[in-house]
Design a protein around this ligand. Sequence first.
Ligand code: AMP
Ligand code: MG
Length: 335
Amino acid sequence: MKKRNILLTALVCAALAAAAVPAVPVLRNRASCTESGFAMDTAVTVTLTGADSEAAAKEAMAAVKHLEQTCLSRTVSTSDIARANRNGSARVSADTAKIMEQALALCRQSGGALDIGLGALSDLWAVKQNRTPPAAQDVAALIEAGYEKIQLQGNTLTVEAPAAADLGAVGKGAACDTVKAYLGTKSITRGVVAVGGSVLFYGSGDFTVGISSPERGSAALFATVTTGAGCVSTSGTYERYFDYEGVRYHHILNPETGYPVQNGLTGVTVFSQSGLQSDALATACFVMGMEKGAAFALKMGCEALFTREDGRIFATAGIYDKVTVTDPAYTLEQL
Ligand code: AMP
Ligand code: MG
């Protein structure tokens, strides 16, 4: 099978989610509402059902942008993370401290497959702008710069250069957690919140997650997964990359080599009750590869779906029965 440029994305089937909602006239406080925007360098879509859903959707979107701007962004110079990276140390908000604490714990638990200290290495690769790999000695010079150089004591965050804190692997999931906490204070009965590849499914009943190929458009699903409330995150080789001399250089880095992971996987999707955990594990399991990644996901109480460049899809036992392959070019196997 030709090497596929597979988009494995937690595509929200908004139509399916909406299909469960009875049609209602468009009123000021209408029962169902969608708000779309851009934050965390990705598309954000908030679809809510319930009283005052329009106002709640706007506020949920604002909460995601606030988290990005004040806490997690590496590029907004006044954010907690940007200040800590620039000054070596910074007092950070309680929200940032909580996310850092969770993220650093997951770095340790994953044995360093998740490494939130790779900011300088990500900048060196700059896969969105670059068209050729960096020099090997420049990669080697940053190989020791990892999460071990980041300390959190109370609300003081310390980052020892050349390590640089980069919450790119957990921020979108953390945003799902922020929105989930906010929705808990509202009369929202059902919601789907997509922050790039991390999606929150909120409320009762089943939801459908689609897995699609960009070659044929996001509507061309090759599999769907039925899930209850929770969070689903996807990491893949298709999101940010450049191709050079027949090799795909994408944005998920192997912290041991400093190079983009090349292990035959094109995507990993993780299901968890926690957005941050699903996001962190999607990245970590991708780095670990299928066998170790699946074991780690299960150990952490999560389910996972692995897609390989040969078109084979592997699901952990807890979700295997909930996956429907819709494209005969793909095969599903249980791990
Ligand atoms: P995700 O899309 O959640 O897998 O996150 C990928 C992003 O996290 C990249 O764009 C980098 O900013 C950063 N990153 C790359 N490799 C790693 C890694 N091994 N651990 C943690 N963050 C990483
Ligand atoms: Mg991630």
